[in-house]
Ligand binder design. Sequence first.
Ligand SMILES: [Zn+2]
Length: 341
Amino acid sequence: MFRRAISRGRLSQAYLLVGPDGIGKQQFARRLAQSLLCQALGEDPLEACGQCAGCRPYLASAHPDFLFVGCPEGKREIPIDLMIGSKERRGQEGLCHDLSIRPLAGSRKVAIIDDADLMNEASANALLKTLEEPPERAMLFLIGSNLDAVLPTIRSRCQLVRFSPLSNSDVAALLVEQDLVPSREEAQFAAALSDGSLTVARQLLEPELASLRSTLYLALSQANFSGLSLSKLLFEGIDKISADTPAQRVNILWLIRFAVEFYRAAMWRLGHGATASSNTMMIPEATAFADQIATHAEPFDRLGKLIDRTITAASHIDQNISVALSLDALLDDLAGLSRLA
Ligand SMILES: [Zn+2]
């Protein structure tokens, strides 16, 4: 779409790139910005040369005509200062001011506003003035994951571009390529749970969460485990890696999701047996569990109950019941359902 717009000279002045986190929106905007500032483009208008007087300063993060703002670290919104300067210097600095100055090096100025869905009302209104009368030769790329949080007046002045989640195989390939996983199996596991987001996959692979997952899987693989001591152990780990209750909730939901995957993998093993070729969601502990319960009465029925109970727990967490109590209740029930006579 952009290739076509550029070659026809029909670029809009403002775009709103929307899609889930961790799928490459900002990377796309940055690559596009570089090619818009490149002074030695070849046939492909999206392939910056990497060496010209536009590309070199761009790649060194020193291009005077490239502007970037995003939500500051640790803040929940983009403050107005970033748009039109601090109180003392209102209108003399900030993105809107910088955009209004004519390009210094190239033929245009390019601005990226990351987390555009986190602009507060004042910031959004300041930007709105720029969007209503964009300076000649200025281009803006707004990026956000939550379209509903962008003021309708802003939305209506941007051309909307929707980004889709990545495929699982792309996420897995990226994890391997960027050396973020110890093995291809880990990459596939994280990718399958990532909803197409590299960011989510990376969170899943955080060592602390991965270690809680191992603890959980080891316990679940032993049909006779104590639910309450496992719950205590896991909750201590969760408490350590979560800053507040919402973060605890998120991490416990991950543990529940891990447990669902565990039982699904066990179900797969029961259905396919030892002779089947490799499962895409290989969990060795789940295989061990499946082999144990296979010799007891109604293993499929048992697994079905375990999966149902685990999924129910996820909805309890969403309903604001004490997360620690929900985890206690879940693991106690799972222990009961797993126990072999
Ligand atoms: Zn170049």
